[in-house]
Each structure stands twice: as C-alpha cells, then as structure tokens.
Design a protein around this ligand. Structure first.
Ligand code: ADP
Ligand code: MG
Length: 314
C-alpha cells in the first residue's frame, strides 16, 4: 500500500501561528511522529507539504531589504522553502523512525512543476501573497511590474497567478529514490513553477502553485493507491459554519463535485483540497482522504477509515 501524504501549513507552524525556526521545527517534528506511525503500520509513504507561511516571510524580507540586497523571485522563494522544510523533515522523520526501531532513510527532492504560460491565471492574477502595505509603499512595487490590489481598510496586497500544475518534472528522481528504499519528500509548495521556452529550455516563473493540486498529480505519478490531504479538520463539511453543518464520510466524485458546485468549500482553503481529491480519483487513483494530521494512520489503515473519503467503487 502506497500513500501520498500532503501536509498543510498547519503541520508546519505552531497552533498560535508562530513561525520562529524553533516553532516550525517543533510543528514539523510533531507532524513527523504521525507520519512515522503510518510508516510503522507498513504503509509506503511519499510526502509533500505546503509553504505558504514560509514564502510569506521571505516576501517580507525581500520587501524590507530591497535597497540592500536584490529581491528574489517567487520561484526562488519556493526553492528555498523546499530546502529548509525538506531538511527539517529529514532530521525529524529520521529521528521518529529510529525511536521506533525503523531503519529507513529519508530524502528530499528539489522538485520543479511545469506550468503553461497560456494558463488564464497569468492574464488575471488572483492569489494574494505577502503582507498588506499602504498605497504609497505599494506604488514603487507596482512600478516594478507587480500587480497589487486595493483591499480597503487593511491596505494594498500583491496578487499573483496561481496556474494549474501540468506535470511534476522531477518525478523520475522521486521514483528512483523510492525504488532505492528512501522515504521521499517532494514537490513542496506544489513544486517550483517552471515553464518551457520555445527552444525547449526550462525557466522559473513568478507565480504560486497549489500544493494539493500538485499532490494529486504526484500521487498518480508515483503510483499511490491513496492520496491523503492532512489538514486541521477531521472532515470536509457541507453547510460549514452553519447550524446545518454536516461532516462528510464516504462520498463519490460525482457527489463531491455537486457539493463543490453548490459552494460548500471555500475557494482559498477547502476548495482546492476537494478539487485535488476528486481529480486524483477521476484520474484513476483508488481513493483520496481529507482529514486531520492526527487521523492519517486510521484513515489509511483503519477498517472504516477516517475523514472524508472520496472513492467511486467500494
Ligand atoms: P492547510 O493550511 O492545512 O492546507 P487550509 O487552512 O488551507 O489548510 O484549509 C483548511 C481549513 O479550511 C479549515 O481549517 C477550515 O477553516 C476551512 N474550511 C473552509 N470550508 C470548509 C468546509 N466546507 N469544510 C471544512 N473546512 C473548511
Ligand atoms: Mg491553513
């Protein structure tokens, strides 16, 4: 049994949202205990993770230090966070495994994800990144070609494209490492977005990717039976935040698409998780589960599972 586990931002910052290195390492260490449980249960695990809070911090540094050191583009921020989160996962997961007497090595792959420059996302950027700034401070950045939007009282905020991930380009390296017995961390933050030039060469692109949508692609590429989207809620909920709220258990892709069309899943949070889960199963994956980090072992190995399970056949 192979499972691709996609860890949300909540697995990488402490509950109070602190992002000090100690808080991030502590949160990742806690998450890796749960991942080690899954490995101990005999599941062949491949990991991916989000990077929203980490990239957010890098953008603030870019902005504050721009007069001293040149700002780096978003694809560089993505690469940097794959490295820092990746090595922290290596240290903490290897420690959790070794405490359980499991002698497995972990590897993190710097992973590029192909995007299409004709994606409509590029002509109409919608994804907010970085912090709010007063208009006067946003103006020079707008002059630099960035797109900023007036968000009213809070100030102005940069928006960037969030195109569809097309292909996880470094999947062959991930496969080779899995074949050699490694537990692999890949496509952090949805992968470093790159596009292909007419001459065939690849170059980084300034945009952000959704880690859950890339996870759905990666899960298919590595032949995972199960895609697990681990977040901070046990289930996807219909009527979320209303008196009629109802957690979803087992659902077909068709039912899930119908709930999504009725607007049950918020676009910046649960929406892309549901979309990723449905895509994975539609593309031939056995089942996708949306649940909390604490329930991932139960979700993958338990008789009745846990969380919201998207599956077509029984
Ligand atoms: P992560 O950072 O772990 O990737 P997000 O914060 O983006 O996760 O998404 C999880 C959040 O989605 C939940 O904490 C919840 O507040 C929100 N949410 C929005 N709509 C729903 C829904 N229909 N069911 C459950 N959670 C929802
Ligand atoms: Mg979150």
């Amino acid at each position: 049994m192979r499972a691709l586990i996609a860890l949300g931002g909540n697995a990488m910052t402490s509950a109070d949202g602190q992002a000090t290195p100690q808080a991030q390492e502590g949160a990742i260490a806690a998450a890796m205990e749960r991942v080690a449980d899954l490995v101990a249960a005999g599941v062949d695990v491949v990991l991916t993770h989000g990077n929203g809070p980490q990239v957010g911090n890098l953008l603030v540094k870019n902005e504050l230090a721009a007069h001293v050191v040149p700002p780096v583009p978003l694809d560089w921020c993505g690469a940097q966070t794959q490295a820092t989160v990746g090595f922290t996962v290596l240290d903490t997961l290897e420690a959790s495994l070794s405490r359980r007497g499991i002698d497995r090595r972990v590897a993190a792959v710097v992973t590029r994800t192909l995007v299409d420059l004709d994606d409509p996302g590029f002509s109409r950027p919608t994804k907010p990144v970085g912090r709010f700034l007063p208009r006067e401070q946003a103006e020079p950045l707008i002059a630099h070609g960035e797109t900023w939007e007036d968000r009213g009282e809070k100030g102005w905020r940069r928006v960037v494209a969030s195109p569809q991930p097309v292909e996880v380009l470094d999947a062959p390296a991930v496969d080779a490492l899995i074949g050699a017995g490694f537990l692999v961390v890949a496509a952090g933050g949805g992968g470093i977005p790159v596009a292909r030039r007419e001459d065939g060469s690849l170059h980084g692109v300034e945009c952000v990717l959704d880690k859950d949508l890339t996870a759905a692609l990666l899960a298919r590429t590595v032949g995972a039976d199960t895609l697990v989207i681990a977040t901070d809620v046990d289930n996807a909920i219909i009527g979320y935040g209303t008196p009629d709220a109802r957690p979803l258990g087992r659902v077909t892709t068709k039912q899930m698409r119908a709930y999504a069309d009725e607007g049950h899943f918020a676009s910046g949070s649960m929406g892309p998780k549901v979309e990723a889960a449905v895509r994975f199963v539609e593309a031939g994956g056995r089942r996708a589960v949306i649940t909390s980090l604490d329930r991932i072992t139960e979700a993958v190995t338990g008789p009745d599972g846990a969380g919201t399970v998207i599956q077509n056949q029984t």
